[in-house]
Design a protein around this ligand. Structure first.
Ligand code: ADP
Length: 262
């Protein structure tokens, strides 16, 4: 509790120690607050699908449907909600492993161009179905990055997936470029954009700009939190810039392998 602040005085060792203890107390309080918030969020996130499951299961049990079509519809909702719940549990498990540093990354020489192209190819179909153009820009060659190839692909796929989800029409452009000492990857869309007040929070666990939209696509609200963790665990950085009505751009930067840079 902060009431137990140690009196800090002077510039001597005791003063420094007191300051360190006070910092720890603040950190501990922050940690407790985060923990409380986290459990509240998880309970809430699980409560919503539970409500659906209960409601539709009992509708089926009591034969509250008129047609077979309606019955199938109820079953589909139950399936969707169980899918979402298992994704949520998987994502939570993954995130907790990352935060505790218990995730095993397999570092190797990774060709960012190839990995980004894979992510683009995987999501191209979905984009086409929505009538969205997918553009991939790349240099002829690029220095390699020391990273986990599969995790790197997971990062890009997640960002391109989101771009498809939150774009109604227009273009998604994935650009790979080699800068001095680093590789830069941008994922830009012409979608709904994110209001300035929401922008600093999009990497927070469970933060969604529009809850209903995220639900519609089966989102867990954990995707960007995972993307950020994975990026930082591989020595990279991620930034976002956005304008409502115009679009969103995520920028990733990874240091290139020292040998490759020489
Ligand atoms: P979700 O599972 O809800 O998609 P994410 O963590 O991936 O969760 O993203 C968090 C929120 O950030 C989303 O709910 C959405 O509101 C917003 N968002 C993410 N990517 C985009 C994008 N490309 N354009 C607009 N909004 C986005």
């Amino acid at each position: 509790d902060l009431a137990t602040r140690v009196a800090a005085g002077g510039h001597d060792e005791v003063g420094a120690l007191a300051a360190a203890i006070n910092d720890l107390a603040v950190e501990l309080q922050q940690y407790r607050q985060n923990r409380r918030q986290f459990f509240a969020d998880v309970s809430h996130e699980l409560q919503t699908p539970m409500t659906y499951l209960e409601g539709y299961a009992s509708a089926l049990e009591n034969k509250l449907y008129q047609t077979e079509e309606e019955q199938q519809h109820y079953i589909r909702i139950i399936r969707q909600e169980t899918d979402r719940m298992s994704r949520l549990v998987q994502d939570l498990f993954e995130l907790s492993k990352m935060e505790e540093g218990k995730i095993a990354l397999v570092f190797e020489e990774v060709d960012i161009i190839e990995v980004a192209e894979n992510a683009v190819m995987k999501t191209r179909m979905q984009a086409q179905q929505k009538g969205i153009d997918m553009i991939f820009r790349r240099p002829d060659t690029a220095p390699s990055v020391e990273a986990d190839g599969a995790r790197m692909e997971q990062i890009f796929t997640n960002l391109v997936d989101n771009a498809v989800k939150y774009t109604e029409s227009g273009t998604i452009t994935v650009t790979v470029s080699a800068q001095t000492d680093m590789m830069e990857i941008t994922v830009a869309d012409t979608g709904s954009g994110i209001p300035a007040t929401d922008l600093p929070h999009v990497f927070d666990r469970f933060y969604r700009v529009e809850k209903s939209r995220s639900r519609e696509f089966g989102g867990t609200g954990l995707g960007l939190a995972i993307v950020k963790q994975l990026t930082e665990l591989q020595g990279g950085t991620i930034d976002v810039a956005s304008e409502p009505g115009t679009g969103t751009r995520f920028t990733l930067r990874f240091p290139v392998r020292k040998e490759a840079a020489q």
